[in-house]
Design a protein around this ligand. Structure first.
Ligand code: 5AD
Ligand code: FES
Length: 346
């Protein structure tokens, strides 16, 4: 597809949008099928050395009570996922590069790998790290890594982050992760301050040019207690626009990239109760059920109005089973559900 064609998809309205979603769904059935794969996400710590202007757990936000889950709690969550036949887990946390943290993560990966006899997929979402750390974690048993570029526009990136946060370093991290052999996921936020539709077109071509295996993108949502909290003065109107744009981005990504895995993110559900199901209908095939113990959830709010703060993992599972059956899709229980794009490359 050309830039103009992709731009047209993102600018579609009403019935055009409907046919965009339909053709994205067709493409999904053809290239990845109608199965939804689960990645149980464990938000193991909100301690973060970074200070992104949009994020609720940025280090300058003194209102977030900081926590790190214990080794036992993390292992318990991971093994619950294994026993519940979730194919994989995602270990996510604020960014930290200190030795104590890095060693802790390595130990946990090894332990989960051992306890599940290597059968539980281990994805990491732990931000920017040095080459040898990524390599150690890979050797310990992790095989996928998520690191969002947040926006492929360097100039927007610089407006949304303090001067010591580097766009180039983030790009380098993506490259290093691929070189090591991880299956790599990236993504952007949609509806960011300063972002235009043309920037979103660039984002989609960025994924293509970088040969990305997995995409996780979602609407930008305002987080109070961040420097960007009052950027939009008509935020309630804006929300609907951002929600639709989020779905259109999923659809356009599916049509452009075809055989990659695409997550339907919680941020969609934050905007509409059935937002995640709509994401699946627009071409996504991955859901990340939250496995973080309830007592920590309130403190892991990257944005306001995060849904399901009180739904424990059992409830979430039943709820998702029903929601997914309700839209005539199947859940790939007990399967890794690797991105066909990645398998093809290998
Ligand atoms: N709205 C939406 N997504 C956010 N993230 C961080 N802050 C927000 C926000 N206010 C996303 C970033 C990050 C991921 C873990 O969460 O894209 O990479
Ligand atoms: Fe969590 Fe429904 S998705 S309870």
């Amino acid at each position: 597809m050309t830039r103009e064609e992709v731009l047209k998809l993102l600018n579609s309205n009403n019935s055009e949008t409907e046919s965009l979603f339909n053709s994205a769904y067709e493409t999904k059935l053809k290239y990845v099928g109608n199965k939804v794969y689960f990645r149980g996400i464990i938000e193991l710590s909100n301690i973060c050395q970074k200070d992104c202007y949009y994020c609720g757990i940025r280090k300058s936000n003194l209102k977030a009570a900081r926590y790190i889950m214990s080794e036992e709690e993390i292992i318990d969550s991971a093994m619950w996922a294994y026993d519940s036949k979730y194919g994989s887990i995602v270990l996510q946390a604020g960014e930290r590069e200190d030795r104590h943290f890095v060693d802790f993560i390595e130990k946990i990966i090894k332990e989960i790998h051992r306890l599940s006899s290597g059968k539980l997929g281990i994805t990491l979402s732990l931000g920017e790290q040095k080459f040898d750390i990524y390599e150690r974690w890979f050797r310990a048993g992790a095989h996928r890594y998520l690191i969002r570029i947040e926006t492929s526009s360097k100039s927007i990136y610089e407006k949304l982050h303090p001067a010591d946060h580097s766009f180039e370093r983030r790009l380098q991290c993506l490259q290093i992760l691929k070189d090591i052999g991880y299956q790599v996921g990236t993504g952007v936020m949609i509806g960011l301050p300063y972002q235009t539709i043309n920037d979103l077109v660039d984002d989609l071509f960025f994924f293509q040019e970088n040969n990305i295996d997995m995409i996780g993108m979602g609407p930008y949502l305002v987080s109070s207690d961040t420097p960007l909290q009052s950027y939009y003065n008509n935020y309630s109107d804006k929300k609907n626009e951002i929600y639709l744009l989020g779905l259109k981005m999923i659809a356009a990504a599916r049509i452009l990239l075809k055989d990659v895995n695409i997550a339907s993110t919680t941020a969609l559900q934050a905007l509409k109760p059935f937002g995640r199901e709509m994401g699946l209908k627009a071409g996504a095939n991955i859901i990340m059920p939250n496995l973080t113990p309830i007592k920590y959830r309130e403190d892991y709010q990257l944005y306001d109005e995060k849904p399901c703060l009180d739904e424990d993992r059992e409830l979430c599972k039943d709820c998702l089973d029903n929601r997914i059956l309700g839209i005539d899709e199947e859940i790939g229980y007990g399967e890794w559900g690797d991105s066909p794009h990645f398998l093809q490359k290998k």
